[in-house]
Design a protein around this ligand. Structure first.
Ligand SMILES: *[C@@H]1O[C@H](CO)[C@@H](O)[C@H](O)[C@H]1NC(C)=O
Ligand SMILES: *[C@@H]1O[C@H](CO)[C@@H](O)[C@H](O)[C@H]1NC(C)=O
Ligand SMILES: *[C@@H]1O[C@H](CO)[C@@H](O)[C@H](O)[C@H]1NC(C)=O
Ligand SMILES: *[C@@H]1O[C@H](CO)[C@@H](O)[C@H](O)[C@H]1NC(C)=O
Ligand SMILES: *[C@@H]1O[C@H](CO)[C@@H](O)[C@H](O)[C@H]1NC(C)=O
Ligand SMILES: *[C@@H]1O[C@H](CO)[C@@H](O)[C@H](O)[C@H]1NC(C)=O
Ligand SMILES: *[C@@H]1O[C@H](CO)[C@@H](O)[C@H](O)[C@H]1NC(C)=O
Ligand SMILES: *[C@@H]1O[C@H](CO)[C@@H](O)[C@H](O)[C@H]1NC(C)=O
Ligand SMILES: *[C@@H]1O[C@H](CO)[C@@H](O)[C@H](O)[C@H]1NC(C)=O
Length: 875
């Protein structure tokens, strides 16, 4: 193999691994020959380009990209197929990258390389992770990425493709389309990032009730592209296609860039001659319920709004703006109230009051006076709102026929009162006793607060109850609903146990605005069969899959607020169904292994565990935020205490040049030291105190005889007497049976030694010559479980479980940062609540991690005193 064109570091790799020719080839294949450019990985399928050269013929070229959607009775089955060729004369990494709706489940993934297909298999998460880890530790992996956004989730897989070879990626996923504002929406993210010879979106929709309207639009569609979208519907069938030619994809006539980038949305609705529609096929039935000619009910709504310090700035402004708009929309027949929470909980009025023009004017003035302050006592706010609504219901001050609900907008980082989200949800569920729904919105959705409100603005029915012949059916999904809103639809599905049954009846009872109402519905096997057989693209078992999808979604919601035995049982049930129906749910993963002589490429598809999905339409729930035990900035140490869902933090103030021991494990021989550097000198501030930073890191494994030295300028791997040097301009993945090193250009480096010891080093580089901050490093422990019980050091001592208790919280010198008394390691300390930054995700701005700050160089928290951790040299 010719590697002369490669980056000089490849030469060193060669000499380092001379003893192992096979391994050398693997490494060469994985290290890109030229310096990488920063290509953002995003959205629907794109193949990442690894070279600076902007000549597609030298590159991985996606020559075909096809998105096919098959929708039958709201259940959508989607297939994304991407075909690419490596036109370079060296092997290249191809990356397949898709963004899916959060509510979708991946059902299949295959890779076809040079005509050989490697299928994905769905396994229990644990088992899949083990298989994946094993492959990683053997140096056989080609890629794993899992991430999640607010409305969508990303799925990506990378694989190494030999010169002049072809690869086909195919991903399948399924989703039940939800009806809001009177329409179903099929949402696709499109972002090929390059011109594609054959680009196609094609959707075929089949609805037994008949389609009443259909539309399709793209956020990137220009006037020229508008005629390229073909949409039509007739009777039960709808069709959308979008096949722009290469020239139509160009941003301008001679441009090589694509304008296909954004959302492509197909919207439709069905005819509603009857209030509901029942369908039965192959032993399963589904019932869609959406009556139209029903009058609105008055509603009683309590808005619970987070106004804690972390909401300050843009978030609180957007929240106020949305609330003011809602106050314009609220109907005079409605009752409402506003509860604000920070450390304290404030009620606008003592009880829910009617939305008269005078009361609304008063409420508007009140909203305008809101400002952000204090901490986040989410639980306090919730309980206050719930109790208020319960009291009003019991006191009979609300209209007899009305719908009550609670809308909560929170930052989702409770740090006062009850601080565990799980605990809050459990206690909230208990407190509401199922009497009314509550909707928790993430503060990031403040702008959409008004949309969310509009979705539930018109309740039509309450206490909606679905009944089916008991001895003929089983495994019914949820069949009791607090509310039915205008523009939405309720879906119930179940299994038919009586094989001879050829018709099924349903009875729906509910409270309406004037009286109680009853609806009856009937489905006939033959009728459904007739309605569906004309349909060639139907997938026969769609009702069964729809039923499985709905059941799993509902069990997952239940599991979020379950404990003990109930949780164990739910977990087993979900797992069982996910495996049976081949859904990648939060409890399963998909593993794709490419068996080959030299490389096993293993990829994994994962669905992250959701924080919570409360009751009705599951909007984005409070986000989980991560904390790693770490040291970063001037140096702040952050200690993660997972069992408390909280963190501790402290600073070490020492002179530049001093080397601190961060981790030392005599059993595995792994140690990590960090050397301090000072701020850049400035001539006019002699004598003032200067911050220090970690300027150099030394990671060592004495058993492997490997040392890794990291500075803001370079990364040097020493193996015995040999060494390999990289710069932060390199993009390198080094896979070795005993260690993995991955450098992300100009950003960070991930280093792991065997299974269960993984560290991330973040590069802080001020590209300006005049900045006071020097270039420095941050160090994060992602996984430490392989390290032994003897591990010590400033960070290492906290890899063992640590407990602490917070006694009285009281105002401190800074109004935003209260003090408290903490009992830890038998010491009583005065600590201060604050924030430190984690830079693993956002290297520039960091993410706030709330923590208890221990003063005086961590005195009382760390074993001994901080000078005990000073060591003579980096290694
Ligand atoms: C791309 O490469 C091909 C073949 O190497 C060459 O003929 C062509 O001129 C190049 N195009 C550009 C824009 O560099
Ligand atoms: C690959 O292509 C480059 C540029 O066209 C050329 O310089 C190099 O020799 C080729 N390498 C091989 C192995 O063919
Ligand atoms: C997955 O997709 C591949 C390719 O379309 C197909 O051959 C295979 O049968 C599918 N597997 C399952 C479990 O549906
Ligand atoms: C709604 O309309 C249908 C059909 O026109 C009728 O049968 C039904 O009684 C109406 N329901 C209500 C609640 O008015
Ligand atoms: C609650 O609203 C009523 C009606 O507007 C008003 O009379 C009363 O003073 C309010 N109470 C409080 C505590 O604001
Ligand atoms: C559940 O709520 C009831 C009152 O509604 C209360 O007495 C009980 O303590 C609550 N249980 C928990 C675990 O919060
Ligand atoms: C969990 O499952 C076991 C075994 O099927 C059963 O005995 C037990 O009652 C279940 N517990 C709950 C809380 O559902
Ligand atoms: C690749 O994985 C397969 C399946 O796990 C295994 O049988 C094979 O030995 C592996 N190949 C190598 C080179 O380790
Ligand atoms: C270090 O060198 C030895 C001997 O040359 C080799 O066996 C080992 O794989 C190397 N380790 C790494 C991490 O490259």
């Amino acid at each position: 193999m010719d590697y002369k064109a490669a980056h000089p570091s490849c030469f060193l790799i060669h000499s380092l691994t001379m003893g192992n020719q096979l391994l050398f080839c693997t490494l060469l294949a994985l290290i890109p020959a030229l310096v990488t450019s920063d290509f953002l990985i995003s959205n629907i399928r794109n193949i990442k380009k690894r070279n600076v050269a902007n000549n597609i013929t030298d590159e991985i070229d996606i020559y075909s990209l096809k998105i096919e959607c098959f929708v039958t009775s709201r259940f959508s089955h989607n297939v994304i197929t991407s075909r690419a060729v490596n036109r370079a004369n060296v092997s290249k990494e191809a990356l397949f990258d898709v963004e899916l709706p959060k509510t979708a489940f991946i059902t299949n993934f295959t890779m076809t390389i040079d005509g050989v297909t490697y299928p994905g298999t769905i396994k229990e998460k644990e088992a899949a992770q083990q298989q994946y880890q094993k492959a990683v530790s053997r140096g056989q992996t080609a890629g794993l990425v899992k991430a999640s956004g607010r409305k969508t989730e990303k799925f990506s897989v990378s694989v190494n493709i030999a010169a002049a070879s072809k690869v086909t990626f195919q991903l399948q996923y399924e989703e039940l389309l939800k009806r809001t504002f009177g329409k179903y929406e099929l949402f696709l993210k499109v972002n090929p990032k390059q011109l594609v010879n054959k680009f196609e979106i094609e959707a075929n929709i089949f609805e037994p009730q008949g389609i009443s309207f259909l539309d399709a639009e793209g956020s990137f569609i220009t006037n020229d592209l508008l005629p390229v979208i073909h949409k039509s519907f007739s009777g039960k069938k709808g069709h959308v296609s979008f096949k722009p030619t290469m020239d139509q994809q160009r941003t301008c006539v001679d441009c090589q860039t694509t304008l296909l980038s954004g959302d492509f949305v197909i919207k439709y609705d069905v005819n509603r001659e009857t209030p509901g529609n029942l369908q039965m096929v192959n032993g399963y039935f589904v019932h869609f319920f959406a009556p139209q000619n029903v009058s609105h009910l008055p509603k009683n709504v309590v808005f619970i709004i987070d106004i804690s310090g972390s909401m300050s700035g843009r978030k609180i402004d957007q929240t106020k703006e949305a609330l003011l708009k809602i106050l314009e929309d609220i109907k005079e027949e409605d009752h409402f109230n506003i509860v604000l929470f920070e450390s304290d909980v404030v009620k606008w009025n003592d009880t829910l009051i009617q939305a008269t023009p005078e009361n609304l004017a008063e409420a508007r003035r009140y909203v305008q006076s809101i400002y952000a302050r204090g901490w986040t006592n989410l639980f306090g706010g919730l309980i206050t709102g719930i109790e208020m609504l319960k009291e009003a219901q019991e006191a009979g001050t609300l209209p007899e026929r009305s719908a009550s609900l609670i809308m909560i907008l929170s930052d989702g980082l409770p740090n006062e009162g009850v601080s565990s989200i799980q605990e809050i949800l459990l206690r909230t569920k208990n407190a509401t006793q199922g009497k009314f729904p509550y909707i928790i919105l993430d503060s990031d959705s403040a702008l959409q607060l008004q949309d969310f409100y509009n979705e539930v603005a018109n309740p039509l029915l309450t206490e909606v109850e679905f009944k089916y012949p008991e001895n003929a059916i089983s495994d019914l999904t949820q069949n009791n609903f607090k509310h039915y809103y205008a523009g939405s639809e309720i879906v119930v599905a179940g299994r038919i146990i009586d094989n001879d049954l050829n018709s099924i009846t349903a009875e729906v009872k509910a409270h309406g605005a004037e009286q109680d109402v009853t609806y009856a519905e009937q489905a006939d096997v033959e009728e459904t069969a007739k309605a569906t057989e004309e349909q060639k693209y139907i997938f026969g078992d769609f009702i069964e899959r729809l039923w499985a999808y709905l059941t799993i979604q509902q069990l997952l919601e239940k599991r979020n607020v379950a404990t003990g035995d109930e949780k164990t049982n739910l977990t087993a049930e979900i797992l069982d169904m996910s495996l049976k129906y081949k859904f990648v749910t939060p409890l399963t993963s998909m593993v794709v292994t490419k068996p080959e002589d030299t490389v096993n490429d293993t990829a994994i598809a994962d669905k992250p565990l959701e924080a919570s999905r409360p009751v009705i339409p599951a909007y984005s729930a409070p986000q989980h935020y991560h904390r790693y035990t770490s040291v970063d900035a001037d140096p702040h140490f952050i200690i993660d205490v997972p069992q408390k869902e909280d963190a501790l933090c402290f600073n070490i103030n020492e002179e530049p040049g001093v080397v601190l021991n961060l981790i030392r494990d005599p059993t595995t021989g792994i140690s990590v030291n960090g050397q301090l550097i000072g701020e850049k000198k400035s001539s006019n501030d002699v004598g003032s105190i200067h911050n220090t930073y970690i300027g150099r890191l030394g990671i060592r494994n004495t058993q492997l005889n490997v040392k890794l030295e990291i500075t803001p300028e370079s990364i040097t791997l020493h193996n015995g007497t040999k060494q390999m040097m990289f710069t932060w301009l390199d993009e390198v993945t080094l896979l070795h049976p005993s260690l993995t090193l991955k450098i992300i250009r100009k950003k960070s480096l991930e280093f792991s030694m065997g299974e269960g010891a993984t560290f991330i080093v973040v590069l802080h580089q001020s590209w300006s010559k005049h900045a006071v901050h020097p270039n420095f490093l941050g160090f994060y422990t992602l996984d430490s479980h392989r390290l032994s019980g003897r591990t010590h050091g400033l960070l290492g001592q906290f890899f063992h479980p640590i407990d602490f208790n917070i006694l009285e919280v009281h105002p401190g010198s800074d109004p935003q940062k209260p003090d408290a008394t903490m009992i830890v390691k038998n010491n009583q300390l005065t600590v201060t609540r604050g924030w430190q930054k984690d830079y693993t995700e956002d290297v520039k701005h960091g993410t706030n991690v709330p923590c208890w700050f221990i003063h005086n160089n961590g005195e009382g928290l760390i074993d001994g005193i901080y000078t005990d951790y000073i060591v003579p040299s980096l290694f």
